[in-house]
Design a protein around this ligand. Structure first.
Ligand SMILES: [Zn+2]
Length: 102
């Protein structure tokens, strides 16, 4: 099977993910052997792919450890708030009961 440059470039993402059939992969490899343009394209493609994998675009400010710290603090404050509400309700119920019994 002979493929042209356009087809070869369309197949590269699938080739990278290992999703090509044996015959398609063979055709792509055959094309890459004879076509320096597509070989260069593949190199650039791999370069971009690697950069995307190693540098996540939307890393949180201060990186992941800082994010984890912020989340822990947020959870602690939430627990504190819930505890305060429960204590207030308990006190209210207690005083209502005390007032009634007097
Ligand atoms: Zn080509």
């Amino acid at each position: 099977m002979n493929i042209n440059c356009e087809m070869a470039r369309d197949l590269l993402p699938l080739y990278k993910d290992g999703c090509l059939s044996e015959s398609s992969e063979e055709a792509l490899r055959g094309h890459l052997r004879t076509c320096p343009e597509c070989r260069r394209y593949l190199c650039e493609y791999k370069e971009i792919w690697r950069a995307e994998r190693t540098e996540p675009r939307e890393a949180p400010e201060g990186g992941y450890p800082a994010l984890a710290k912020r989340l822990r603090r947020h959870r602690a404050l939430t627990e504190l708030g819930v505890g305060a509400v429960i204590a207030a309700l308990g006190a209210y119920a207690f005083f209502r009961t005390v007032r009634k019994s007097i």
